[in-house]
Design a protein around this ligand. Sequence first.
Ligand SMILES: Cc1cc2nc3c(=O)[nH]c(=O)nc-3n(C[C@H](O)[C@H](O)[C@H](O)COP(=O)(O)OP(=O)(O)OC[C@H]3O[C@@H](n4cnc5c(N)ncnc54)[C@H](O)[C@@H]3O)c2cc1C
Length: 289
Amino acid sequence: MKTVVWLECVDGQPTRHAREAYALAVAAAEDAAHDVVAVQVASDGWIVEAAADALAQYMVESGAACLLLPSTVDGNDVAGRVAVRLSAGVVTQVVSMNADRSFEKLVFGDTIKTSVTAAGSVVVATVRAGVVAAFDGDIDVQTVVGASARVALVSAQPRTKSARPAVESAAIVVAAGRGVGDDQGFAQVTELADVLGAAVSGSRPATDAGWIEPAQQVGQTGKTISPDLYVAVGISGAIQHVAGMRSSRTIVAINTDAEAPIFDIADYGIVGDAGTVVPALIDAVRGRK
Ligand SMILES: Cc1cc2nc3c(=O)[nH]c(=O)nc-3n(C[C@H](O)[C@H](O)[C@H](O)COP(=O)(O)OP(=O)(O)OC[C@H]3O[C@@H](n4cnc5c(N)ncnc54)[C@H](O)[C@@H]3O)c2cc1C
């Protein structure tokens, strides 16, 4: 059986999340002597139609039975479109792949692990971020050319890049909740993120307050992430938030309420005022540098 991994690239380099998807495919292939092929799409600007056409065509021509993609915005978009073109099923947010082409995924706020497969000769699956270590060797990549007869890129304006890492691929994420209080409290959270080299995230109230973009929110209606370290500042730990971050490897929570549910899943808890604890942490991290 051949498995194709879409190697999503930024600035010509495979993203950490894409290398994780590749590692997951390679681990399954070692169990079942499958072939794994990494494919990137070359195109003049990003056109999802064109990428989906090119990947679907590659799947047909190569006879591959499985396409894995990182569960990013573009990965999810491409996955659905390729599946429609191939009449394939899509399994989303998988955490592992089995030799029989079934997958495991976590549901109900990560409390239940399920085994899922899709009927048909081809299956498309998106891989949840942070569930395996990223493949760190050289990856032999095949390139397919994405071109669409239906859609043309007329113009593009690159977004101003943040110096901070993206929430979905960051090793460390510092997240703000309602408990940080105001813009000044949030500014302290961003300063803590900067000294740690972390991404800035938050709960829904942080989005509602305009401190973070909706794309930075973690939880049921936001991102699902598994960073090495998640620092929750002034976040109560509502189930809708926890659903997006509970599989983080180490969770640190700062909250004035010792009974806050976030402490139930935290590895380290600090009961205290964010306005005092966050500046102290910033000083401590700076002191160690
Ligand atoms: C369908 C649905 C989907 C949702 N999706 C999401 C989602 O994707 N992501 C998400 O986050 N939420 C989501 N929510 C909202 C969710 O239910 C919670 O309301 C939200 O997560 C609470 O955010 P919070 O922890 O920042 O705020 P709160 O629950 O208000 O908690 C604030 C915390 O800050 C602490 N605090 C107060 N002052 C301080 C201080 N000075 N220092 C330190 N700590 C302090 C308090 O003790 C409290 O624990 C969703 C809700 C619904 C119904």
